[in-house]
Structure formats: structure tokens, C-alpha cells
Design a binder for this molecule. Structure first.
Ligand SMILES: [Zn+2]
Length: 130
């Protein structure tokens, strides 16, 4: 896995990698909101960090093994956030992610993801999307 420099823009666009998703992927910091966890999962997809994806996936829905997407992830836009703050049991994050497939077609993934605060951390549960 190729990790960006700490002062490079985070793949999720939220700030310098070392102050944004970097510490979450390294496991030295925890996501305190559903949006922060969602951003870190996008970044994990972009970097191919399948361990982080597996760790942050709810045990009731996660696959036995997370496979790399094979896509080139180009950008993330948060569309809507419902709850998902410290103290909330659940949160919903709606986002649009742009990616390029291996055939170079650019596509948009639009999704509303459900997160649950469980065992003192946010976890991805499921998604509805198009
Ligand atoms: Zn980030």
C-alpha cells in the first residue's frame, strides 16, 4: 500500500493526510463521527487498505475477506449527514464518490451509508444507493 505524505492532501479531500484519514488508517486515532469514519473508508478504498475496511465493517454485514476495488478513486463529496455524532447510536452519511474503472470509464457512486456506534467505535453497517 502506497501511503501519501503527511502534508499531502488526503484522498477524501478533508485536509492534510496526516491530520485527516492518516491516523485512522494507522490506528493511532479513532473516528469520533460517522462522517470521519466514512471518509477514512473512502480513503482506504483509494489506497487499497483492505484491513481498515474490514476492521471498520460491522460484524453482522462484513464479508469474510475484503477485496480491493480495482478502481482509481478520484474524489469524494459528502452530500448529507444525519446524526452520527458522539453520543448518537447511529448515523447516516450520503456521499458521491467518483472513480475510474480499469477500462478508464469514469463513474459516480451515490450512496447513503448507515453507521452504528458499537463497542466504542463507529462501524459501517450497510448502504442504499444507486
Ligand atoms: Zn481524509
Amino acid at each position: 500500500m502506497k501511503t501519501p505524505a503527511a502534508d499531502a492532501l488526503c484522498p477524501c479531500g478533508g485536509g492534510p493526510f496526516g491530520e485527516c484519514c492518516g491516523p485512522l488508517l494507522e490506528g493511532t486515532a479513532r473516528a469520533w463521527t460517522a462522517e470521519a469514519l466514512m471518509r477514512s473508508r473512502y480513503t482506504a478504498f483509494a489506497l487499497g487498505d483492505t484491513d481498515h475496511l474490514w476492521r471498520t465493517w460491522h460484524p453482522s454485514t462484513r464479508p469474510a475477506k475484503v477485496m480491493p476495488s480495482g478502481n482509481q478513486w478520484l474524489g469524494l463529496r459528502i452530500v448529507d449527514v444525519v446524526d452520527g455524532n458522539p453520543g448518537d447510536p447511529t448515523g447516516i452519511v450520503e456521499f458521491e464518490a467518483t472513480f475510474r474503472e480499469s477500462n478508464w470509464r469514469t463513474r459516480l457512486q451515490h450512496e447513503r451509508s448507515l453507521f452504528e456506534f458499537r463497542a466504542n467505535r463507529w462501524m459501517y453497517v450497510s448502504a442504499e444507493g444507486s
